[in-house]
Design a protein around this ligand. Structure first.
Ligand SMILES: [Zn+2]
Length: 394
């Protein structure tokens, strides 16, 4: 999805915190760049981006080892990410990746699928129907549905546009030296990301489900659940009842939420259902795992704050632009942390788009997926193939 590059521009533009590279938890890993591996449980592993990653996002990828193969949650943001997932699975066990569940349609989650399916052509690809519809359009991706150099070029062009702003900062004598160091690192990451995008294309789910799809296993059964709309209209989670581990997709993103095309009221209800699972560990769609519900409570409180401030203005007929000027979320933002990076990203990636959603919700207007208000249109588009997914009515 086109959100990922412009969103990242915001993040780097506000990157004033000191990056903290982390140790790799698993010692002898293959080349899984740009990911870092973490063992959550001997059968559950997480691939996540380092905190000092500034180029296009990739969602967290979770590998769950069952007796006859891996169930993987999400696939990364490009073919290079997908190849890293395959290499990492091979390093863990001599078992195939038998299924991938895509939590939601935003491109940083399904765009690694092509590489996983190249390695395992029979892999089951599972999502909700809303997510399948999101992957099929509206044409909001920088990759197409078949490998095509024109999409590689479009991604490279977008990366160059992102880089241009930072190159200016490098030339600016007023830019502090430590920021220049971060910018130099980021420029290399944009090049790495552009290489990883080459040959990426979208792959549609082979199966969709309504409420719950279980992949049985003696030790690590995986329950794929749709708890309701939240960050998108089709957010699925993977729940491991034996281990009490849940992979939430972008219903929960740490250390700050994303709020593009999201449903404020439903999101609160869905977060309540997520809490009611009684998880011991929650693996968010981005960022580090968490053990308590404190972050979820802060997220719920911030959505309520949005509704409380935006709703009355929307109902009174104040224009969206004027409503934006009259709201103040500094108190909510402070509950997430007070670093400059968190403040800027919460405003840009969560509150700004969520003001629009809360406004529409209060007026009873539909919140549309793929509505990329404020983002430039894609350079090239592609026609989505027809759905061939088997739909399970459960
Ligand atoms: Zn994401």
């Amino acid at each position: 999805m086109r959100i990922l590059l412009p969103a990242i521009a915001l993040m780097l533009g506000s990157a004033t915190a000191i990056a903290q590279p982390r140790e790799t938890a698993v010692s002898s890993t293959p080349d899984i760049r740009p990911f870092i591996a973490q063992e959550i449980n001997p059968k559950v592993h997480l691939l996540t981006l380092p905190k000092d990653w500034y180029a296009a996002l990739s969602g967290n990828v979770v590998l769950i080892e069952q007796s006859d193969g891996f169930v993987v949650v999400d696939s990364g943001g490009n073919a290079g990410n997908g190849r890293a997932v395959v290499r990492y699975a091979k390093s863990l066990a001599d078992r195939p990746i038998k299924a991938v569940m895509i939590t939601h349609w935003h491109g940083d989650h399904p765009q690694g699928l092509s590489a996983i399916r190249d390695a395992y052509p029979k892999v089951r690809i599972i999502s909700t129907r809303g997510t399948e519809e999101g992957i099929r359009g509206p044409a909001s991706y920088d990759i197409g549905y078949t490998p095509d150099p024109k999409f590689d070029r479009a991604t490279a062009n977008l990366a160059e546009k992102n880089k241009a702003d930072y190159l200016k900062l490098l030339d600016d004598p007023t830019t502090p030296p430590d920021r220049k160091e971060r910018i130099k690192r980021a420029l290399g990451q944009f090049d790495e990301m552009t290489r990883d995008f080459v040959g990426s294309y979208l792959v549609l789910p082979t199966e969709t489900f309504e409420h719950e799809l279980v992949i049985k296993d003696r030790d690590v059964p995986v329950h794929m659940l749709f708890l309701g709309r939240a960050n998108t209209d089709g957010d699925a989670i993977a729940w491991l009842p034996r281990q009490k581990i849940v992979a939430s997709g972008d219903i929960v993103v740490s250390p700050y939420p994303f709020g593009f095309g999201s449903y404020p009221a439903d999101w609160i209800v869905t977060l309540g259902k997520l809490k009611a699972l009684g998880f011991k560990t929650l693996i968010p769609g981005h960022g580090d795992p968490m053990t308590g519900v404190g972050y979820l409570d802060r997220l719920i409180a911030s959505i309520r704050d949005l509704q409380a401030q935006v709703g009355p203005l929307a109902k009174a007929g104040v224009s969206l632009d004027n409503a934006r000027k009259r709201v103040d979320f500094s108190k909510s933002i402070a509950t997430f942390g007070d670093t400059a990076v968190i403040k800027a990203n919460l405003q840009g990636l969560f509150f700004d788009p969520m003001i629009g959603s809360a406004y529409k919700e209060a007026r009873g207007e539909p919140i549309l997926q793929g509505d990329l208000e404020g983002f430039p249109p894609p350079e090239v588009t592609d026609t989505p193939p027809l759905s061939r997914a088997i739909h399970h009515k459960f």
